[in-house]
Design a protein around this ligand. Sequence first.
Ligand code: NDP
Length: 270
Amino acid sequence: MANAHIIDGKAIAGELRRRVADAAAQLRQRLGIIPGLATILVEGRLPSNAGEAALIAEIEKLNLDDRVDGILVQLPLPPGIDAHRVISAVDPAKDVDGFHPVNVGRLWTGLGGFVPCTPQGILMLLRTMHRDLAGSQAVVLGRSNIVGKPMAALLLAADCTVTVVHSKTRNAVSIARRAEILVAATGRPLMVGLDWVKPGATVIDAGISPVAGPNGKNRLVGDVDFAAVRAVAGAITPVPGGVGPMTIACLLRNTLIAASRRRGLADPML
Ligand code: NDP
């Protein structure tokens, strides 16, 4: 079989970033609005209640800061800090990661809150291959709150028939092999081999894992054995250069949307 079409996430993300930049420039010219994104990176040596209280206090300050439209808390947090409490402290209107329970509920009920960046980007990549996803058999490998679950919600909203595979799933390989759309988000390097993939399927690889290369230097690989699977898939994303660039572009997109919504403006056309 011919090699799969390689979905160029870097180029597609570059295009989205240009559109976001244009829309941001218009917002600035017309209304003097400069979208602001605050990023909180917690150092590993603050694993204490004091660390959590300080972090939440910082988030509450940013919630009230009118210059800030989006707040991103870098995950994972150090042990001892409750990620649920921290995420819940973010104002849902500034939750550009889409992890706050209000936005999670909005996603699952179709109410249009903020959608997590990685699955949002993956859906955009899928749309470059499939204008209509309705009725497609989709399998998501992984059920994290960051990738797997919101991915399943988005595919369901696009009228796919969705199966979610996790570490306790029996017969994962045969379930995956039924998929027309296969999204891998397990963090298990190169787990998805040729036998996991239905011929002609679209395979999206969210995984990023460092593995030792032949020269002793680490290189990044995905969950999918790209070299093997590209021979059977219809389309496939590379790692790096697939999902990763889309995540960053969607974060910028969400920030621009937050800046607009907070001022009662319509969402920019992106
Ligand atoms: P998590 O570790 O939070 O979740 C991994 C999921 O995979 C879990 O649901 C787990 O199941 C499941 N899993 C683990 N092993 C298996 C297995 N053998 N078979 C089936 N399912 C399995 O990871 P994340 O979702 O945060 O990230 C997944 C990957 O995506 C990582 O490589 C991460 O680096 C990458 N990532 C990439 C991003 C990007 O921008 N490209 C952004 C975010 C993440 P269970 O729930 O049962 O434990």
